[in-house]
Structure formats: C-alpha cells, structure tokens
Design a protein around this ligand. Sequence first.
Ligand code: MYR
Length: 131
Amino acid sequence: TFNGNWKVDRNDNYEKFMEQMGINMVKRKLAAHDNLKITIEQNGDSFHVKESSNFRTVEIDFTLGVTFDYSLADGTELSGSWKLEGDVLTGTFNRKDNGKQLITTRIVQGDELIQSYNYEGVDAKRIFKRA
Ligand code: MYR
C-alpha cells in the first residue's frame, strides 16, 4: 500500500533529470536537497496527496484515469493522469509549455517508496522512507 507519510532519503540521477527539464543550476542545487515529504491517502480509485518541501506545501486530489493539472515548484505546468497496474502507479503527464511527456512511477518495495521519472530520454529516481 502507498498509504502513509514518506520522506525523501536519496536521489538517483535527479540532477541530470532536472537539467533535461531545463531547470537552472541554482534551482537544481536547491531542489536536490528539498526535504520532500509526501503523505498519500488512497481510497479505492481516489488519492489525496499532501506534498511539502523547502519550497512549498500543496495538496493534490486525483482519481485513477482522470486527467488533472499539476504545477511543479518552479511553476512549470503539467497535465495528465495516474493509472494503477498491479503494484505500480504510473503517471503520464505532458508539459503545457512544450507538450513533451514526463512519465513517473511509484512502487513500494520493502520499506521504501521508489518514484521514478523519465523526461526526454533521461531517467531518475527518488527513494523515500516512511517518516
Ligand atoms: C502527486 O501524485 O504527487 C501529484 C502529481 C504528480 C505529477 C508528476 C510529478 C512529476 C514531478 C517531477 C519533478 C520534476 C522536477 C524537475
């Protein structure tokens, strides 16, 4: 289950991913140590996610298969949806500014939540532990 409080423990290739996203070096340095925490509450097909970091606190509601809008901390706007296949949540989003696709997945493995990201050929991961 995805439910619970998670805090980021480590990143894998996240700086390269952010660079591919077009985020400048100063922001990348800050974002690599953003102390991201997410709280996930799943009720059937409905999810409530509370995201808090050094940058902001936001709450997001979405339903599997239903398109919604989401803004990154730097203001980049995305639109897309999550689906659940087996134990894997897969989010398919498009940037509103350039139409390019960002794919992200979440999976719980042991006591960790692993979120992967793909944008324009660059893969990254952020690994969370229960908070
Ligand atoms: C949620 O479920 O937490 C809300 C929807 C998340 C949408 C996709 C998140 C992609 C985040 C990419 C971070 C990029 C930083 C350059």
